[in-house]
Design a protein around this ligand. Sequence first.
Ligand code: UGY
Ligand code: MN
Length: 270
Amino acid sequence: ASATKHDYTSVFSKDRDAGVKFENLPGFTRSVVERDHALITPESRVWSGTPGWKKTNTAHLITPSFPMAAEFTMYLVDMQEGGVFQSDEKGQPHLERFIFVVEGSIFVKCADGPLTLKDDDFAFFPPGYAHQIENLGGAKLVVYERQHFYASETVPAFHHGNTEEKPNLVTPGEIFKLKKCLPEQEEYDFNIHIMDFEPGEFLNVKEVHYNQHGLLLLEGQGIYRLGERWYPVQAGDAIWMGPFVPQWYGALGKKRSRYILYKDTYRPPG
Ligand code: UGY
Ligand code: MN
């Protein structure tokens, strides 16, 4: 079967017709913040600036200041004309960063570069690794950051790639398609999954696990179960899942569901 060309245009769309329009109701939002999970929907995004990002609007959707301290940060980046980012290895020597291009393109300067990244491309910058990102035009990104856990003596290496180039992995008992963006090696203390569900497909395991998740729905719609609550979700919605929150997804609608998902790995679960 040939791969379906991705369509991420709903994620940053300002077109209210792109999805269900309840967000036009005064005072209404589908966003919910609970002790062990959160749903952050596009109508409640608040854009501001972030140190290091020039001529760039950012919207932090998940941060360690969450009720049950998330161990990572997930934010959206909307680069303006002339937008540029400069990493700060001295100020944040243990910070590791993963970027995924949703729309537009960027120019990355680093020891393994330079590189041009466009929609569906991603890059991982290990702790202490200098990098600069320039907007080449309409760059819209999702960014994950965390303090590296140093589970092994080896420091993870710079890594980059494209979703379409990553193979679908075997997922025993499951129907969804799974790609992992980062190498499955001990020094990488988190991974970023790309998960695809055709309408009607769902998670078989009603998962409960210690790992945390930061999810951005890139395409499609469905029902996300988090704890005792069942949320209708659509492209552009973001979810934080804390440790041990029961989680389940059922894809509905007419189009494929695709989400990008942070998951911590290779660490003692205690
Ligand atoms: O790998 C995972 O934990 C993933 N299947 N979880 C999820 O999609 N909520
Ligand atoms: Mn999970």
